[in-house]
Design a protein around this ligand. Structure first.
Ligand SMILES: *[C@@H]1O[C@H](CO)[C@@H](O)[C@H](O)[C@H]1NC(C)=O
Ligand SMILES: *[C@@H]1O[C@H](CO)[C@@H](O)[C@H](O)[C@H]1NC(C)=O
Ligand SMILES: *[C@@H]1O[C@H](CO)[C@@H](O)[C@H](O)[C@H]1NC(C)=O
Ligand SMILES: *[C@@H]1O[C@H](CO)[C@@H](O)[C@H](O)[C@H]1NC(C)=O
Length: 203
């Protein structure tokens, strides 16, 4: 009996030791995400830099977190910018987005990735590089402008693909963007730019 009570007591104090992180700027940081070493679950590390929540890749590159949905264990990061007048993603030197496979995050299967300035050998892979690919729409606007006229492709990052990276490199494709939950015929104005990540629940 005494043991049972003691056990319960230990269990309760353990549970209450889990501390939800304070807000980062105006953004809530739901458990288990950990925006500093003293709150959340440290395996779910994200970063609060000047009031902006960021996710760090295995290569040490920071991506702004646009949204977090604690109910579905998902968060959406902002695709890297494409440097003005070029067709280079800002994470090109890092090889694109690479997640640490030992951490409980992966790339969800709702992402449509568009690759730009690809070399011809990419045509052999299962990508849609046709003249009707969605990537052609992106080339006509804002950031995509530097990629006009380059060979571009799109693909749905489904479960048959690696869920830990979106690769770019010189000699392959040098820029990319990504749209979450893209519908077949939606127009570019309604595209939901972002890269959706999901996390394994802590228990
Ligand atoms: C496309 O990529 C090649 C290297 O693969 C690079 O030399 C070229 O500058 C890139 N084009 C643009 C518009 O950035
Ligand atoms: C490429 O994507 C476009 C837009 O969804 C589609 O109309 C076309 O049939 C696709 N082409 C191939 C070869 O899959
Ligand atoms: C997409 O196509 C379907 C049927 O072809 C149509 O009902 C729907 O309104 C279209 N959506 C958009 C955003 O054009
Ligand atoms: C990614 O993580 C989720 C949640 O843990 C898991 O259900 C899913 O199978 C993983 N996806 C891949 C492709 O490994």
């Amino acid at each position: 009996m005494v043991h049972a009570i003691l056990f319960l007591f230990v269990l309760l104090t353990q549970v209450s030791a889990y501390r939800v992180c304070p807000k980062c700027g105006k953004t809530k940081v739901p458990y288990p995400l950990s925006a500093d070493g003293n709150c959340g679950d440290p395996r779910y590390r994200i970063y609060c830099n000047d009031g902006v929540l960021e996710f760090m890749s295995a290569q040490g590159f920071y991506y702004k977190i646009n949204r977090i949905n604690p109910k579905t264990n998902k968060l959406v990061i902002k695709p890297p910018s494409i440097e003005e007048d070029t067709c280079y993603s800002s994470d090109l030197d890092q090889g694109g987005l690479i997640l640490d496979e030992s951490l409980p995050f992966n790339i969800s299967t709702r992402n449509t990735v568009m690759l730009f300035n690809c070399s011809d050998n990419i045509l052999l892979s299962p990508l849609n590089c046709s003249s009707s690919s969605f990537c052609r729409e992106f080339e006509e606007v804002g950031e995509g402008y530097g990629c006009r006229g380059t060979l571009c492709c799109h693909y749905l990052k489904d479960s048959s693909m690696t869920s830990h990276r979106i690769r770019v490199r010189v000699g392959g494709c040098t820029a990319y963007t990504c749209v979450v939950d893209k519908q077949a015929n939606d127009s570019i104005e309604s595209w939901n730019f972002g890269i959706e990540l999901q996390w394994l629940p802590p228990f």
